[in-house]
Design a binder for this molecule. Sequence first.
Ligand SMILES: [Zn+2]
Length: 504
Amino acid sequence: MTTPISLRILIDEEKNKVLFAQAGKDFMDILLSFLTFPLATIARLVNTESNMHKVSFGSISTLYESVANLEEQQFWTPACKKMLLQPKNSMEDYCQNLKHNIDVTEETSYFICEDWYCSRESSGGLLTTFSNLKCRCGKFMSSSISLLGSDKIDHSEGFVTDATTFNISDDLTVKPDSFQNSICQPMNLLGLENFNAIKFMTVEVTKKEILDLLKCALISKTPLTDIFLLKKQNLESPLLNTSVLDLHSNIVEENESKKLKIKVMLRKSNNKILFALGDADFADFILSLLTFPLGGVEHMLKGNSCDSSIDNFYKSIVELDSDTYLRSSDLKDKLVKSKLAHQFKLCDQLLPFEETPAIDYFIVSRYNRRKTGFHGYLTAFEEPSITSKELCVPLKFVEPQSSIGEEYGECGGRGFMKGPALYMVADDLVVTQSTSVSVISFLSKLGVPSSDLEEKVITIGKKEGLSILKASLMSCSALTNGLGPFLKVKVQTFVKVKDENISN
Ligand SMILES: [Zn+2]
């Protein structure tokens, strides 16, 4: 078992409130790793027990569950489903040596065609990090191959510099404990009326408290008090009175951006969107939300994603002097504009998420007739020193969505769901493949009279896409809250909890 991290916290006993925590590298690196998590990872982690109950993460949790229920043959390849349920963290290397790594995902493995001759053709062979994909020759890419140890870039030292201490306030605003930010300054002590009530305490942080922290960061404005002073009653009733989306203020629509045409079924009596119908592109857009890393989402939503303390944390990191407090100056951008992992970008996607660039790999292989046949390793070095019996050939990545071994193109993958097909997306983002019959059956189950239904056609661009993204983080009615304002229907108060018995 990993040893707990000790955290010094300053509390106001009178108010029963944590004023701030003082944390070193171990704890700060863990907090920063939250920004690298894809939304699916967050949905999975907050759905586990810790000291706190399971928490649901807006409509992302229901979307995540719906992917698990989709049939594998509806996806282009089995890899697609795995990409959505266990999306790769583009910064996994940085997180591997965290004191408590709550996101335990398997290390990247590399596979080549089971037929080694295929990977020795001078025109180049194929490579993948996904299992069960097919090569262009029709055989499976099932031979595991390891990357030359010295070619691995070592990021295991994490994010922040060693000696720094950070002051983390109850709302997760973070400042380095520097001369400038010292808490001894009168300004920082203003709120303290009774010095006798102030007490220092040391708390032990294990994996459970880290999970508590992730949950609270998404739903609470006072996570440290909630966790360390056990004020969990706040959390059992999620915030109800959060602000209605401020949709039109800060989203710039680019004319040339992609648009998707969908139909929405509106219930007139309560202005709720019951579901939306669209093609595979629309389903792919909704599903791709699961792959977006939190830091990149915060960047797109300008630091206002969840209306909770994680937003404060994000904004503090945007303000942080990266030259002084982070291990390299490019790390800040990698965290606050975190990218999709390589091969997770979709060609022609609605929201402009970038992915980490590919590395050009080469395979060095040799054939030993007397021993076990073929041997080889992967290298990122173009001209490795090879012996006369070895062969060095460049490799290209296979598109994970291709069932016939096509190369991965620069613009991204083709998407997750097979087309042409109709997909139904419910208000809480549950995705199902659909037919006219299943639509009618869905409506009859809801028991809504047809006189109360209205079908509207709407075009979704970047602005609408961002609005759905934001609503999906905060609400179980992502479509009603995300698209309502564009349908010129009056949207009710923004609600975080699942309140609906829809037929009422
Ligand atoms: Zn092959």
